[in-house]
Design a protein around this ligand. Structure first.
Ligand code: ADE
Length: 248
């Protein structure tokens, strides 16, 4: 088994890149793929960059050029469920592109000619178990106390459900409320997961996990909260959960 590991920003995969054993790096176009091992598994780590096209390209290359047969995307998301706080973990078990709209030819959110608007992430149960194990076990030892304190992180909650993706940073209360109105079940919003899930679906049902840590509440302070979270703490949670997942 070979795992493709993806994150959108360098900060989100910094711990993985530092801690993995890399055997070689391969450049394809504007992407660099790091082949090696981590958590006792063969992995290929890549930075997807931001947005659905970037994520789709990187996922496709992982599958076609590097022969991965499992995909894990890890990173941060904005909360749409009002009970979620920064540091909480959201595991997507289905994903939807909230900016897909080919009406009146096709129903809103449906990906034309695929007859579906949601794409599954089959490794969600494994990802949820890993997140719970990481939080109960390694979190306290691995995240420096002052960083945990700065973000008020003690025992993050873990939720599994719908995550929505679009080529927009959601940084306003009205924008977030509109998305909640359209997708009341959505736990969080980000910019890549549904593209990764669609590619995995279309390439033969490759099992995928989309692991997201809440960085902000998609409101007026989202941009500031997001940047601080990404710069100061995201890598511990995103990397730690993936490591536990690989080790199991
Ligand atoms: N990723 C993290 N926070 C986000 C937000 N508010 N909107 C879109 N993607 C995000």
């Amino acid at each position: 088994m070979k795992f493709g590991i993806l994150g959108a920003l360098p900060q989100e995969v910094a711990l993985i890149k530092r801690c993995m054993t890399a055997h070689r790096s391969v450049v394809v176009g504007t992407r660099t793929f790091h082949e090696g091992e981590w958590g006792g598994r063969r992995i290929v780590l890549a930075l997807s960059r931001v947005g659905k096209v970037s994520a789709a390209l990187t996922t496709t290359l992982l599958l076609e050029r590097f022969g991965v047969d499992r995909v894990i995307f890890t990173g941060v998301a904005g909360a749409l469920d009002p009970r979620l706080r920064p540091g909480d973990v959201v595991i997507a078990d289905r994903l939807l592109q909230h900016d897909m709209d080919a009406r009146p030819i096709f129903p809103r959110f449906e990906v034309p000619l695929l007859n579906r608007s949601e794409f599954p992430a089959a490794l969600a149960p494994e990802a949820e178990a890993a997140a719970r194990a990481y939080i109960a076990g390694a979190l306290e030892a691995e995240i420096p106390a002052e960083r945990r304190a700065a973000f008020g992180i003690a025992t993050p909650s873990v939720r599994r459900g719908l995550v929505i993706s679009g080529d927009q940073f959601v940084g306003g209360a009205a924008q977030a409320a509109a998305l909640r109105g359209l997708q009341p079940d959505a736990l969080g919003v980000e910019m890549e997961g549904a593209a990764v899930a669609q590619v995995c679906h279309e390439m033969g049902g490759v099992p995928a996990a989309i692991v997201r840590v809440i960085s902000d509440r998609a409101d007026g302070s989202a941009a500031v909260d997001f940047q601080r979270f990404v710069d100061d703490i995201a890598e511990y949670l995103t990397g730690g959960i993936v490591r536990v997942m690989l080790e199991r």
